[in-house]
Design a protein. Structure first.
Length: 228
């Protein structure tokens, strides 16, 4: 087991499955470590997995529609903003933009749905139940792809504890979000470019908080976006 662990850590360090350490003094510090990961993939029923995939476009549409419904937002947020400071600040920005007039009508949502399996009774096939839907902190899109690749690597090289997941009815899922997110941003960029002033200099801005440890998850988006 120690040998598998060490191999996985080396693979992670060699393939950018990394974060900055908590002791890093600056955002450009070269002090890094492997990102936390499970050595073995978790078994997840295919029916529940496919149901979550089917639901995601519906959730995306729902979020998009609600975000454009000013009456709904004001009804919900007016009272909620009074009890949560962060939500209040976001809502104040929203009201300011609405008062000034929304100029940009194009938008792109990068969402991450989190699920837990729920088993109503023993022996009944579990179903996925949504824990939350992230529209702001949709992180680990890049590193989750790297973790998927790590598990595929271990399985391919006949690490018995991992290769069991490729036998019978179990199959390692593919994760392509490291490419999907940059492609979505590139599509939004091109759509905006088609409607913007031809003399405008267009850029994609990534807002990163000070002392960000998860910078490489974001860098992978930046680097792959440059190739689109």
């Amino acid at each position: 087991m120690d040998q598998i662990r060490d191999l996985a850590i080396d693979w992670a360090l060699a393939h950018g499955l990394v974060v900055r350490t908590s002791s890093s003094e600056s955002r450009t510090s070269e002090v890094i470590t492997h990102a936390p990961f499970a050595l073995f993939p978790s078994k997840f029923p295919a029916s529940a997995f496919n149901k979550a995939i089917t639901l995601q476009p519906l959730f995306n549409t729902l979020v998009d529609k609600l975000a454009a419904d000013n009456v709904f937002i004001e009804t919900i947020m007016e009272s909620l903003s009074q009890v949560d400071e962060f939500t209040g600040k976001i809502y104040n920005i929203y009201k300011f933009v609405q008062s000034e007039g929304v100029v940009q009508r194009l938008s792109l949502g990068v969402h991450r749905s989190d699920y837990l399996l729920h088993e109503e009774t023993e022996g009944v096939e579990p179903v996925p139940q949504q824990v939350e839907l992230n529209t702001i902190a949709s992180s680990f899109g890049s590193l989750s792809t790297r973790i998927s690749e790590l598990h595929h690597y271990l399985a391919e090289y006949s690490i018995s504890a991992i290769s069991d997941f490729t036998q019978g009815s179990w199959k390692l899922a593919q994760n392509i979000s490291i490419n999907g997110i940059p492609k979505a941003i590139a599509a939004a960029y091109n759509q905006y470019k088609a409607t913007a002033d031809v003399n405008s200099k267009l850029v994609v801005v990534m807002v990163v908080q000070p002392g960000e440890r998860n910078v490489f998850d974001q860098r992978w988006i930046e680097f792959n976006l440059a190739t689109e």
